[in-house]
Design a binder for this molecule. Sequence first.
Ligand SMILES: [Mg+2]
Ligand SMILES: [Zn+2]
Length: 184
Amino acid sequence: MRPAIFLDRDGVIVENREAYIRSWADVSFIPAALEALRALARSDWAIIIATNQAAVGKGIITLELAHQINQRIIAEVVRCGGRIDAAYLCPHRPDEHCDCRKPKPGMLLRAAYDLGLDLSRSVMIGDAITDMQAARAASVRGILVTTGRGLSEWRAFADAPWFDVADDLACAIESLAPLERVAR
Ligand SMILES: [Mg+2]
Ligand SMILES: [Zn+2]
């Protein structure tokens, strides 16, 4: 079974928008994220996006458009030499109490089931405490990046010893122990 790197999307790969990413015009990649994903592409890690998109449940964007934006982000990653093996999207509002919206681990567990992943060797990289909570609930190592909302989230939960912190996606990937996987 392969280990996975689960990636939150907004605040990790692309910049957060205060009022949600509603169209391709709202998408701007975080510096060095594309290069980091290119470096990761030749590794053994399964690379999986797990993103909350409550804008869908709130009727701000359609599910179809949310998937289209996801696919276009992935296409841009691929165009730059990177790889995304799968993408999971929770369209629900918090008050719908689904099993997939982070901090619930549903998307990670579903991916493990679908793709045969070894969660005990997997990592979740996100900019929100809810990403870290989802990681913990799935027994996955969490790395909080201080891009996106990460810095304020880290300050609010600085006494929490149960996740690691990195400056950005590139630093988070560099901090992973089996660097030779990446270098090969
Ligand atoms: Mg985020
Ligand atoms: Zn959901």
